[in-house]
Design a protein around this ligand. Structure first.
Ligand code: SAH
Length: 232
């Protein structure tokens, strides 16, 4: 008997099995048409819960992982979000379904271009896709209530902590290239917790943020000034 075709609701079930409980996040996973973000020849695998190649050695993340990161970012509908690592644009659209405004930055202009056209046809596809080194953040639209990094770096990039609003969350895989990585959440203290200087341009240091280790993960490397050196 042929295997029944998989569908969006299978991804929701998988995210639940991974422990995602936020109903808004599960609804977002159940809405974003992932097949629009994978290469046409892989469309049949779009609703398998795994990463898939999107060209240039990069991957569209596993949907359950996208869901876990979105849940970890604790988004409110009015939030402004920066995603680092646009890749296919899929994750950005999931974030957009949960927040008010999303900017996503990608260092590979070819992928950024494809992400832009994939997003253009989508409901809530009003995501700003920019090209650059996301380890420097995107100061023009800062501060952000949440920053979600979809590649693994050695440590949280200082510019990203700096661009968090008071109470903001940075969700990012941290660890060496290709192994021993953990999904981390760094929460900047709310203005009321840090006295007079909080939120007034004083440097935000990693040690001032609450750091939580969420789960073991495996991501492609974050390449840039505050990531790993150039290359794959
Ligand atoms: N969110 C994506 C996942 C893409 S994989 C999706 O849903 O499809 C991670 C992406 O991060 C890759 O496209 C890679 O090129 C990009 N990347 C790596 N280092 C980066 C950096 N410093 N700035 C911006 N993008 C980066």
């Amino acid at each position: 008997m042929p295997k029944p075709a998989r569908q969006l609701s299978d991804l929701v079930g998988q995210a639940r099995r991974y422990g995602v409980r936020d109903e808004a996040v599960l609804a977002a996973i159940g809405t974003v048409p992932r097949q629009s973000f994978v290469p046409r020849r892989l469309a049949a695998a779009a609703y398998d819960d795994g990463p898939l190649p999107i060209g240039e050695g990069q991957t569209i993340s596993q949907p359950a992982m996208v869901a876990m990161m979105a849940e970890a970012a604790q988004l409110q509908p009015s939030d402004s979000v920066l995603e680092v690592g646009a890749g296919s644009g899929y994750g950005a659209l999931v974030l957009r379904a949960l927040a008010g405004r999303v900017v996503t930055i990608e260092r590979r202009s070819g992928l950024a271009e494809k992400a832009r056209s994939a997003l253009a046809g989508q409901e809530l596809g009003d995501v700003k896709v920019v090209v650059g080194d996301g380890t420097l953040g995107w100061p023009a639209d800062a501060p952000y209530d949440a920053i979600v990094v979809t590649a693994a770096g050695p440590a949280p990039p200082p510019p990203l902590l700096q661009q968090l609003a008071p109470g903001g969350r940075l969700v990012m895989p941290v660890g060496p290239r290709h192994r021993d990585q953990f999904l981390m959440r760094y929460t900047r203290p709310a203005a009321s917790d840090v006295g007079d200087n909080g939120g007034n341009g004083s440097p935000v240091l990693a040690e001032d943020c609450r750091a939580e280790r969420l789960t073991a993960v495996r991501f492609v490397p974050l390449i840039g000034a505050h990531g790993f050196g150039s290359g794959r």
